[in-house]
Design a protein around this ligand. Structure first.
Ligand code: GCU
Length: 617
């Protein structure tokens, strides 16, 4: 029999996969639809740049019961106890939140911070199960409860949770410790080089989630009516979907209901996912013009989970993007997950409404959430506002494309992003990356991610910000990755990184793909309030001129031009931006400055979008 010697790479992947699976459990969706206990608020912390809490003085990992390990409380058991660490209310950080914006000692900090939170917990029913859920931790989280390791998660922008063994949780005096390490590494996602602030910390909600023994873990509902039949209000419509239960036996009945439409169906659980279809009457579709949502109720004998869903269809037809069967132009803008006025990660629903409100002021119907999955409050706010979204994993610039483990890490983040948001109508594009340098290895890596995204969700468009082949006569859009994406999206900076804005007047564009074309970035810097003539870089007038020339160039684009998301809605923090007069650690390409003031260029883009909307209601 032929012996197949597993290669070292294969063994490493296998180990990586197994260790990841050993730690991160199947994510359940719609955690906000459940009764949860929030652990948000003040957490005590220890800054630990030398990893003293994890390694002994010979740099060997400390034993689980070592009282000097920082996952243990540090409370002396008596006056002779030799304990050198401790947690105190003298040092606390707010959760959710990045650490960088909460104290000057953290502004540029990259390393480990230990967080600790004490809590009591009374289960509703003895047979219920309890999970510890994190909306996101940047970048690596090692989670401990009452001194026991629950698991490890890598990836700074997607949720994860660990089930807590019944015997571990006490009614009184529990304490959770999270070792957070935001150091950048070449073989992580993103890699060491990014043009955004490396905000570290427990940056999103922390929740205790209690479920019955058998509960609804995941589900997917999609509009299945033929495109030709779609209109804003439909007499009849068909939806299909599936429900995944956790802990269920074969035959467990699952009921799916949309009360407002008096629609209900019951299916029996088959052991993998229980599929279903339903015919609905008098349905209003979700769209950017009418974000109509319906309450969805999924119940089993023990569990009931509610969600708000929107029924809509997004697809490509030749050069057009069709939303509910009608071609749509994406009047967009890019946005980081940052509330600049307070120089911090955006964390709350209020932050979400402020940022998306600015996009509405710009007359946008589309936002590119750059360059990583944003928090769930932003996505759910977009659902309610009718703001279409592009959601992206941070496969950004010079990722280690030749490393199979890095591909697996990117796939884990892709899966966590799609699992969390696959029922959010606002998201129409999954993006697998941004401005990755063209090479056969990179294109193979990215193609794998496109195929994985489609495997996880065949109901949305898949793209990435591709590369342009610039030359003085004609800019050719022929990035080989464009052969695999549903829409071709490219970033261009003619007039900022290439020549003056007048360069746009003669620029010619050509694409080799008969697909919808989006300009996923274009932009110029301006310091808010710096007024000068239009030839003076960093002035608001230069940026205004840039946008005027860009708009005129967009009017001359090939007919498959279907969307624009300029870079960027609002100034954002970046350690790469160090001009002492105009930047001071800020990327100034925002149309709004860090104080919330709209720059002159804001109104150029707003007028362009108003024209587009009036010409194409
Ligand atoms: C790139 C990149 C952005 C970056 C921008 C810039 O296109 O995608 O993340 O911030 O350029 O240079 O400002």
């Amino acid at each position: 029999m032929m012996q197949i010697k597993p290669t070292l790479a294969f063994l490493l992947i296998l180990f990586g996969l197994l260790s990841n699976q050993a730690n991160s459990q199947n994510l359940f969706t719609n955690v906000y639809g459940r009764q949860v206990t929030s652990l948000n608020g003040e957490w005590q912390y220890i800054i630990d740049p030398y990893e003293t809490g994890f390694f002994d003085y010979r740099f060997k990992e400390k034993g689980e019961r070592d009282p000097g390990a920082y996952w243990n409380s540090g409370v002396p058991w008596d006056k002779t106890a030799m304990i050198e660490h401790g947690y105190s209310d003298k040092q606390t950080l707010n959760v959710p939140g990045d650490w960088n914006s909460q104290d000057r000692v953290f502004l540029y900090y990259e390393g480990t911070v230990w967080y600790k939170k004490s809590f009591d917990y009374q289960k509703d029913a003895a047979t219920n199960r309890v999970f510890l859920y994190f909306g996101a931790v940047n970048y690596q989280a090692d989670v401990y409860l009452n001194g026991k390791k629950l698991g490890t998660h890598k990836g700074g922008f997607t949720p994860f949770q660990f089930e807590i063994d019944a015997g571990l949780l006490k009614e009184k005096d529990n304490f959770v410790v999270v070792k957070v390490d935001n150091k950048r590494h070449k073989d992580e996602v993103p890699t060491v080089n990014t043009d955004w602030w490396n905000y570290g910390g427990i940056t999103r909600d922390v929740l205790l989630v209690e479920t019955p023994e058998v509960f609804v873990e995941d589900y997917f509902i999609k509009l299945n009516s033929p495109t030709a039949s779609l209109k804003p209000s439909m007499k009849k419509a068909e939806i299909t979907g599936w429900v995944k239960l956790n802990g269920a036996k074969i035959g467990e009945p699952v009921t799916i209901e949309i009360p407002e439409l008096k629609a209900k169906t019951t299916i029996n659980y088959t052991g993998s996912v229980a599929s279903f279809s339903m015919n609905l009457k008098k349905v209003k579709l979700w769209s950017d013009n009418n974000p109509k949502r319906y309450e969805l109720v999924i119940s089993t004998s023990q569990d009931q989970l509610r969600d708000k869903i929107g029924l809509r269809k997004i697809e490509v037809s030749g050069k057009d993007i069709l939303l509910n069967g009608k071609s749509v132009f994406l009047r967009g803008i890019c946005m980081h997950e940052e509330y600049p006025v307070e120089m911090r990660r955006a964390t709350s629903k209020l932050d979400a409404l402020k940022l998306l409100g600015w996009a509405q002021d710009l007359n946008c119907n589309f936002v590119r959430l750059a360059h990583y999955p944003h928090n769930e409050h932003i996505v759910r706010a977009a659902d309610s506002l009718g703001m279409l979204l592009w959601s992206e994993i941070p496969v950004y610039w010079t990722i280690d494309f030749g490393n199979p483990e890095v591909l697996e890490k990117a796939k884990v983040q892709l899966n966590e992003m799609i699992t969390r948001d696959r029922n959010r109508p606002s998201i129409i594009v999954w993006s697998v990356g941004n401005e990755t340098p063209v090479s056969p290895t990179r294109t193979e890596f990215m193609k794998n991610l496109v195929l994985k995204a489609k495997e996880l969700d065949d109901s949305r468009l898949v793209s990435a910000a591709l590369e342009v082949h610039y030359n003085k006569d004609k800019n050719i859009i022929n990035d080989p990755l464009g052969a695999y994406t549903d829409i071709v999206s490219v970033n261009e900076y003619l007039g900022w990184y290439v020549g003056l804005p007048s360069y746009c007047q003669t620029a010619q564009w050509e694409t080799v793909y008969n697909k919808p074309l989006i300009f996923s970035e274009t932009g110029a810097g301006a310091k808010g309030g710096y007024l000068a003539d239009s030839l003076t870089r960093w002035s608001e007038e230069y940026q205004e001129w840039f946008y005027k020339e860009q708009v005129e160039m967009m009017k001359r684009m090939p007919e498959n031009y279907t969307g624009l998301t300029p870079w960027i809605l609002v100034d954002f923090r970046s350690p790469k931006r160090n001009n002492p007069t105009y930047q001071e650690g800020w990327n100034r390409k925002g149309l709004i400055d860090e104080k919330g003031n709209k720059k002159k260029a804001f109104f150029v883009l707003k007028r362009y979008y108003e024209e587009l909307e009036s010409n194409n209601p």
